[in-house]
Design a protein around this ligand. Structure first.
Ligand code: IMP
Length: 429
């Protein structure tokens, strides 16, 4: 059977980690294709909780895990993460982990720039994770980034560092950041290079050969469609393309290799950081969703903003990413709400819209149009069969399907790996 691409269909934190872990069981290879250690995937297996930022979730099951060229990689963060999960008993070696040798590095100067800019932006701040992701992608597109393949080539590396610093020095001076010398950066890179070198390979070749041999691949998206640098709520977005189409470019395979596109959708809506959020609830109901859903960032610990399910946005994600089926997560968080609301359209002045417009002011001006639905009192937490769901929960799921124009393939009813209701196996087995 074919491959699967998993992406978030809202603003991230939809529960991709659990779904990816569950799907990794059926895959031979797991590939990350964008983002960096701004991502946070939590996987709960029995009594162990794993928190990943850079490592593909396939490492939990010892599956070949590839960090593709589309990812920006902080080598120090990667090594720390490897040590942390090794201490939890996972095996990480070059047989399990492959790092694209053409992936770009996130350096300390990227983190400095990210934080310094955010600190000065006042009300205009993006609310980034502070991990240097945006500045690292800027350098990649600006053709001055350091890549893993550069680390072993001392002469080229020196020239690249100089070129990079020629760009960063004026920026740093303007932001009152201390000078970084070429020698200091070179010394840092010399020190880290041998530690990451064993993992660095032409990942596209490894992947291409595996696909040619009929191996099954899971492409693991980070962040989500509404944080996509082109299609999201720009500029309140991350700095990479997060849509399904990026899986091919960020891994080095053809577009058909992505296979079945599975969108991960939370049964309500959350967002971290700044930016438009039409169905946000700043009242007690929002608090209650946040408490019940434990809506705090995996890696940053930040409190997430919460709101009702927005079918307009998810329908947009379905279109932009070609989502063929969804996993509906955290349905159990809605247990006990007397009534639920679903946003079905937007009002702007006397107009109604069935999509989120691109302009920032228009995005900020849209007012949600809600349809109210009956809630359920029975607990759905841990339910593993469709028949056990209360009728009102079934109605809620069916309503979402109809509104977003994609089928629910799986419903997830707790953080535990096996607490799912499978309606259609994404791998088709
Ligand atoms: P950056 O990716 O750190 O530049 O942050 C840009 C925006 O993306 C901010 O609103 C972050 O909160 C958001 N963001 C980045 N990574 C994630 C994630 O994994 N989950 C949810 N939001 C994220």
């Amino acid at each position: 059977m074919g491959n699967v691409t998993v992406i978030g269909a809202q603003w991230g934190d939809e529960g991709k980690g659990k779904v990816i872990d569950w799907l990794a069981d059926r895959a031979d290879i797991v590939v990350r294709f964008q983002g960096g250690n701004n991502a946070g995937h939590t996987i709960v297996v029995g009594n162990s909780t794993y928190k990943f930022a850079l490592l593909p979730s396939g490492v939990v099951q010892g599956k070949l895990s590839i960090i593709g060229n589309g990812v920006v990689v902080d080598p120090w963060a990667l090594l720390e993460e490897i040590e942390r999960v090794r201490a939890q008993g996972l095996t990480i070696n070059p047989q399990v982990l492959v790092l694209a040798d053409n992936a770009c590095l996130v350096l300390p100067l990227h983190r400095d720039l990210d934080s310094a800019r955010e600190a000065r932006a006042g009300a205009g701040r993006i609310g980034t994770t502070g991990r240097g992701i945006g500045p690292a992608y800027e350098d990649k597109v600006g053709r001055r980034a350091i890549r893993f393949c550069d680390l072993g080539d001392e002469a080229a590396l020196k020239a690249k560092i100089e070129r990079l610093l020629a760009h960063h020095e004026p920026l740093r001076r303007g932001l009152d950041l201390p000078e970084v010398t070429a020698e200091a950066l070179l010394a840092l890179l010399r020190e880290v290079a041998p530690k990451v070198a064993p993992y660095a390979q032409p990942a596209w070749r490894v992947l291409g050969a595996a696909i040619g041999a009929g191996r099954r691949v899971l492409f693991e998206g980070a962040q989500a469609t509404m944080l996509d640098v082109d299609h999201g709520t720009y500029p309140y977005v991350t700095s990479s393309n997060t849509v399904a189409g990026q899986a091919a470019a960020g891994a080095g395979v053809g577009p058909a290799a992505g296979g079945y596109v599975l969108g991960i959708v939370k049964a309500y809506a959350t967002r971290v950081g700044e930016g438009p959020f039409p169905s946000e609830l700043t009242d007690e109901t929002g608090e209650r969703l946040g408490q019940r859903g434990n809506e705090f960032g995996t890696n940053t610990g930040r409190k997430r903003r919460c709101g009702w399910f927005d079918s307009v946005l998810v329908r947009q994600s379905v279109a932009i990413s070609g989502i063929q089926g969804i996993v509906l997560t955290k349905l159990d968080v809605l247990d006990g709400f007397e009534t639920l609301k679903i946003c079905t359209g937007y009002r702007v002045g006397d107009r109604t819209l069935d999509y989120l417009p691109a302009g920032l002011s228009e995005q900020a001006a849209v007012q949600p149009i809600y349809e109210e639905m009956e809630g359920w009192t029975h607990a759905t937490r841990g339910v593993r069969s469709w028949r056990e769901l209360p009728a009102a929960a079934v109605n809620y799921v069916r309503k979402i399907e109809a509104l977003i124009g994609a089928q629910v393939a799986v419903v997830s009813t707790s953080p535990e790996r096996d607490d799912i209701i499978m309606i259609r196996d994404p791998f088709g087995k």
